[in-house]
Ligand binder design. Structure first.
Ligand code: IMP
Length: 181
């Protein structure tokens, strides 16, 4: 069985990826050591750098996921700073920032960085377009899921199994799997 180390401390990301890759016969091992994140406006260079660094350190094929929420009316904020904003502000304060905005459009984006020791890193990007709701809804998922509305329901209301079929991470993983196979 093919083994890939997934470097992430995020439980939600790990369980989503583990389930999807297990269904394709790939074992994913979690490593929570983390890696320094470069400050960039785009997710791709952050994921590429993280994958390369950790693959060389661990001496194994490594994947990382750098993801975020990009809100159109806020010029793409919080984007690459999504984890920081989630920890410091949380969903209620993001909703407050959006209080008077009519344009609710937002995208979730996920970039999978993959690297084998001694090789150059590759990136695979997936996005899903939706809207910022006016309140938190649903108890499923993690992070911004309760405020991200897609096709009439928030990701918090979708349920993990259903979300995993359409999510930004799923779309990035599909591209990664196509390349792997
Ligand atoms: P990263 O660890 O820098 O990639 O942080 C990504 C952050 O974006 C997470 O901590 C969440 O706040 C948010 N995020 C990414 N993907 C999702 C998702 O599928 N649902 C909800 N929030 C997400």
């Amino acid at each position: 069985m093919r083994k890939i180390v997934f470097v992430t401390g995020n439980k939600g990301k790990f369980s989503e990826v583990k389930d999807i890759l297990a269904s394709k016969g790939i074992e994913v091992i979690q490593n929570k050591d983390g890696y320094p994140e470069m400050q960039e406006d785009e997710l791709e260079p952050i994921a590429a750098y993280g994958a390369k660094l950790t693959a060389e350190n661990l001496g194994m094929p490594v994947m990382v996921d750098d993801s975020g929420l990009f809100i159109k009316a806020l010029n793409g904020f919080p984007g690459p700073y999504s984890a920081f904003v989630e920890n410091k502000l949380g969903n209620q304060k993001v909703l407050k920032l959006m209080e008077n905005e009519e344009d609710r459009a937002a995208s979730f984006k996920s970039v999978i960085g993959y690297c084998e020791p001694g090789k150059e890193p590759l990136t695979f990007t997936g996005t899903v377009d939706g809207n910022i709701d006016f309140e938190e809804k649903g108890s499923g998922g993690f992070g911004y899921d309760p405020i991200f509305e897609y096709k009439g329901r928030t990701f918090g209301e979708w349920g993990d199994e259903e979300k995993n079929k359409v999510s930004h991470r799923r779309r990035a993983l599909d591209k990664f799997l196509e390349w792997l196979q």
